[in-house]
Design a protein around this ligand. Structure first.
Ligand code: PMP
Length: 439
């Protein structure tokens, strides 16, 4: 291993780390500065203002150590994996498998779990939904008359593939409806599970459109007891507050690298081996087979079975480095930091006349979504951008939820480990200004 690689693997000296963190006070100004310095893109100026990057729920920037790990791979290890006897191919294979091991550890996976690389949460969830009907009516997990339960909080990526799965398999799609405040209730899930033939529960750990965090551990457990396979969309908790897989009654967990300071185009599907073995592969071809004749093929075992084709190896290496970065910075510290910023934003935004914050009680979320009476979110987003503040506006790929709540598009600000209280103050001041200008 080169010396660059060594320094990449040990970023502890450059980050605050658990031992220095006082949850009462948060990071010191110097610690926050040191953290920010790890993310070159944060030094950008937008329309003459320092960038306040508050769009982390969409994609979060990569620290230098991730960029360096990927460059190291491309410069010294790049070759196709698993197929070559030559040394470089072996190095690339080792790097890929090491990334898998690091990420299993990051997730708190046990020996009963396996991890499959995907291009992101969307592909992971598509693999699960397709995998449960793709084997055909004789062998698939889903049969006519089965029930697929999907929560009403989901991103389209955890709804549309289930709509299609229901159509093709003859299963029934049932929605676990949130109440008028956008909250899910265990009793409602129990009622759904008590009737019909529940075979799947698909649920988010945190709704990307509202920040609502359902009691997912209890819900997954209830669904499993009823004989359903359980699917958790962990995209919005990948960078903070990620539950340990071993502590959950979870058959499948999906997340995206670009939402946890890793590269775009990489994500993962982790889950129980037994459940993953139920899945018919989404991608058929090279690397996922054991033996092929002209007429048929015998598929390989996990994880290769679900990783057909050449994967994005550099991105897998980068994602593993992002996990190490988060661990070195400290899970608990990051969680406390983003929660504090969210609480500050909820308080500041709620104090502005005409602003309604969605799911204000969702204290575990790192995002805040809000509507301003009589002002279109795109106008707010544009005005904020003029002040260097990056937020997201629109339906956030969760149209059914916003319709259910009787709302249109919203504005969403989302926080990460390098955001500051001062940036939240800028956000609140700019929203107050926008409301004054447009109302
Ligand atoms: N689920 C949730 C909760 C999300 O927030 C997102 C991204 N906005 C996705 C799924 C889809 O992730 P990706 O686009 O990375 O596949």
């Amino acid at each position: 291993m080169s010396s660059t690689m060594n320094s990449i693997a040990a970023p502890h000296g450059q980050t605050p780390g658990n031992s220095h963190f006082d949850p009462e006070k948060g990071w010191t100004a110097a610690q926050l500065q040191a953290l920010r310095a790890q993310f070159p893109i944060l030094a950008e100026t937008i329309h003459g203002h320092p960038l306040a990057y508050l769009d982390n729920a969409a994609s979060s920037p990569m620290p230098l150590s991730v960029l360096q790990a990927m460059q190291e791979f491309e410069q010294h290890q790049r070759a196709n994996i698993h197929r070559g006897v030559h040394s470089l191919s072996q190095r690339a294979t080792d790097a890929f498998e090491q990334a898998r091991a690091t990420l299993k550890n990051y997730l708190g996976a046990g020996p009963e779990h396996e991890l499959v690389f995907t291009s992101g949460t969307t592909e992971a969830l598509n693999q699960v939904a397709y995998g449960l009907w793709g084997a055909g009516p004789e062998q698939a997990w889903l049969r006519p008359g089965d029930d697929i339960i999907v929560s009403g909080l989901e991103h389209h990526a955890n709804l549309v593939p289930w709509q299609h799965a229901a159509r093709i398999s003859g299963a029934r799609l049932r929605i676990l409806q949130p109440d008028a405040q956008g909250q899910l209730h265990l009793d409602d899930l129990a009622a759904l599970l008590a009737t019909g033939r529940p075979r799947v529960l698909a649920l988010t750990a945190c709704a990307n459109a509202t920040g609502e965090c359902p009691p997912y551990a209890a819900m997954l457990s209830l669904a499993r007891q009823a004989g359903a396979l359980t699917v958790l969309d962990a995209a919005q908790v990948a960078a903070h507050g990620l539950p340990r897989l071993q502590a959950l009654e979870c058959d499948f967990l999906a997340l995206s690298g670009h939402k946890m300071h890793g590269p775009m185009g990489i994500g993962l599907l982790a889950g129980r081996r037994q459940a993953l073995e139920q899945l018919y592969p989404l991608r058929l071809g090279g690397d996922m087979v054991e033996h092929v004749s002209y007429q048929q093929a015998r598929y390989a075992g996990l994880p290769a079975r679900l990783e057909g084709g050449t994967p994005n190896v550099a991105a897998a290496v980068g994602l593993a480095q992002a996990a190490r970065f988060i661990e070195a910075t400290g899970h608990a510290a990051i969680d406390a930091h983003v929660r504090a910023l969210r609480a500050q934003a909820v308080q500041g935004l709620s104090a502005i006349a005409g602003v309604r914050v969605l799911s204000p009680q969702a204290s575990a979320a790192a995002l805040v979504s809000f509507c301003c009476e009589g002002v279109h979110p795109h106008d707010i987003g544009t005005l904020l951008d003029e002040r260097g503040i990056a937020v997201r506006t629109g339906h956030h790929c969760a149209q059914p939820l916003l319709e259910h709540l009787g709302l249109g598009p919203t504005t969403r600000a989302s926080f990460a480990l390098y955001n500051s209280a001062e940036e939240v103050e800028r956000l609140c001041a700019a929203v107050a200004h926008a409301v004054k200008v447009f109302q």
